[in-house]
Ligand binder design. Structure first.
Ligand code: FPP
Length: 230
C-alpha cells in the first residue's frame, strides 16, 4: 500500500494524514473484495523495516491500527469476514496484541472474505521462523511441504495476484515464499487514490494473463501433442 506519504505531500499535508486517507482505501478494498466474492485479501500494513521511520509516524500507524480494531471488528464479523494477522506480534503493546487475538477469535468461524493484515512482517523472517518452528516440532529434515505448514500464510492458498501501488516495482520482503507463481501488477496510483475502478483494472489485467506454473503455454502444449501423435 505505497504512496500515502506522497499523497499527503502533494496536498501540503503531514504524512500521517496520508495514512489516515490510506485507511479509507483499506475499507474500500475490503468492501470491494466482499462484494466481488474475492476470498482472500492480504494487506501489507507495516513491514519489519517500518520501525526505522520517525517515532511520531510509527506511533500514529500503530494507534490507527489499534483504533481500527476497536471500531471495526464488529462490522467485519457482521459481514462474515475472518480477520487474521501475519507477522511478529510480540513487538506490539500488550493492548494491541490482545485486540489482535480478540479479533481473530471473534471472527474465527466466518466463511466469507479472509482479511489478513501483515504487520511487523518480513518475508525472510517468515521463512526462518517457519524453519525454527518445524525444528522445534521435531522435523529433523525439512521439505517444501513441511516448511509451508509453518509459514504465516499456511491458512491461505498461494496468492493469485500481487498489487503494488505508488510506482515501486519491487516485492520488498513481502510474502516471498508464497509469491513464486503470483502474477505481479504494479501501478503508479498512490494508495489513498486506489478505488474500485483501479481494482477492476488490476483484475482485468490479471484475467488477461496465462498462468503456466512452469509448463509450456496451452497452444504450445497442443502443438507438441500433435507432433507426438503424428
Ligand atoms: C506506505 O506508504 C504505507 C504504509 C507504510 C502504511 C500503510 C498503512 C495504511 C494504509 C493505513 C493503516 C492501515 C491499517 C490496516 C490500520 P508510504 O508511507 O511509504 O508512502 P510513500 O511511499 O509515499 O512515502
Amino acid at each position: 500500500m505505497d504512496g500515502n506519504g506522497r499523497w499527503a505531500k502533494e496536498r501540503y499535508l503531514p504524512r500521517v494524514l496520508g495514512h489516515r486517507s490510506g485507511l479509507k482505501a483499506v475499507r474500500r478494498s475490503v468492501e470491494f473484495c466482499h462484494q466481488n466474492k474475492i476470498e482472500f485479501l492480504t494487506l501489507f500494513a507495516f513491514s519489519s523495516e517500518n520501525w526505522r521511520r520517525p517515532l511520531e509516524e510509527v506511533s500514529f500507524l500503530l494507534s490507527l491500527f489499534q483504533k481500527s480494531l476497536e471500531d471495526e471488528v464488529v462490522k467485519l464479523d457482521d459481514n462474515n469476514v475472518r480477520f487474521k494477522l501475519i507477522g511478529d506480534r510480540s513487538k506490539f503493546s500488550t493492548k494491541l496484541q490482545d485486540l489482535i487475538q480478540e479479533a481473530e477469535t471473534i471472527t474465527h468461524g466466518n466463511t466469507g472474505l479472509t482479511l489478513t493484515i501483515a504487520a511487523n512482517y518480513g518475508g525472510r523472517w517468515d521463512i526462518v521462523n517457519a524453519a525454527q518452528q518445524a525444528s522445534l516440532n521435531g522435523h529433523a529434515k525439512l521439505s517444501e511441504e513441511i516448511l509451508s505448514q509453518y509459514l504465516q500464510l499456511n491458512f491461505a492458498p498461494e496468492p493469485d495476484l500481487l498489487i503494488r501501488t505508488g510506482g515501486e516495482v519491487r516485492v520488498s520482503n513481502f510474502v516471498i515464499w508464497d509469491l513464486v507463481y503470483t502474477e505481479l501488477y504494479f501501478t503508479d496510483i498512490l494508495w489513498p487514490d486506489f478505488d474500485e475502478s483501479c481494482f477492476y483494472e488490476a483484475l482485468s489485467h490479471y484475467s488477461g494473463r496465462e498462468r503456466r506454473f512452469g509448463r509450456a503455454g496451452v497452444e504450445q502444449e497442443v502443438s507438441m501433442k500433435y507432433i507426438a501423435d503424428s
